[in-house]
Design a protein around this ligand. Structure first.
Ligand SMILES: Cc1cc2nc3c(=O)[nH]c(=O)nc-3n(C[C@H](O)[C@H](O)[C@H](O)COP(=O)(O)OP(=O)(O)OC[C@H]3O[C@@H](n4cnc5c(N)ncnc54)[C@H](O)[C@@H]3O)c2cc1C
Length: 139
């Protein structure tokens, strides 16, 4: 029996990234019949702050350094603490979020929503409450 994701006390944080990697690990373990130790590989953190601001911290993997490719100023001192903020971060956040959706129909639906929100603003519904006349009880 395997316990993965939020249901597991694995020492890794209870995040979607950990759960997804553990899912793949267990899938391979069952398929190949190999019982190996799970090693979490942190790819980075993304956070959106409104529609045009955010922060993206991506850990460079292998020989490809995403920071060199982006040519953006980084925040933080260490290599794995470097991050971009503002519009580039939102572009990264949205690209990753969109690419991780499981079906094409979800991607089309979300892409459409983002375009609609950009063109006509957010869908805000303001309920109008009307006070009905209060009947006074006869004295
Ligand atoms: C408000 C909120 C915000 C979060 N934001 C982030 C974030 O920004 N980034 C990030 O990485 N992580 C985030 N997380 C954490 C992330 O959602 C979880 O770590 C991740 O979803 C864990 O995946 P999982 O597959 O282990 O569990 P889940 O995604 O919870 O999946 C478990 C599934 O099992 C089903 N289930 C439960 N009991 C039964 C049963 N008896 N029979 C059949 N099905 C059952 C549930 O309905 C559910 O669909 C957030 C969590 C919350 C609550």
């Amino acid at each position: 029996m395997f316990a993965i994701g939020d249901a597991a006390l694995s020492g890794s944080p209870p995040t979607a990234q950990v759960a997804a990697q553990q899912g793949k690990h267990v899938g391979r373990a069952i398929r190949d019949g190999i019982d190996s130790k799970f090693v979490y590989n942190h790819a980075g953190s993304l956070c959106s702050l409104g529609s045009s601001n955010g922060i993206a911290q991506l850990v460079p993997s292998g020989t490809f350094n995403v920071w060199d490719a982006l040519g953006s100023p980084a925040v933080g001192k260490n290599q794995d603490e470097r991050a971009v903020t503002g519009k580039p971060a939102i572009v990264l956040w949205r690209s990753l979020y969109w690419s991780k959706l499981l079906s094409s129909s979800s991607r089309i639906s979300l892409g459409g929503d983002w375009i609609k929100a950009k063109m006509s603003g957010r869908d805000v519904v303001e309920p109008v409450l009307q006070r009905a006349a209060t009947l006074r009880a006869p004295v």
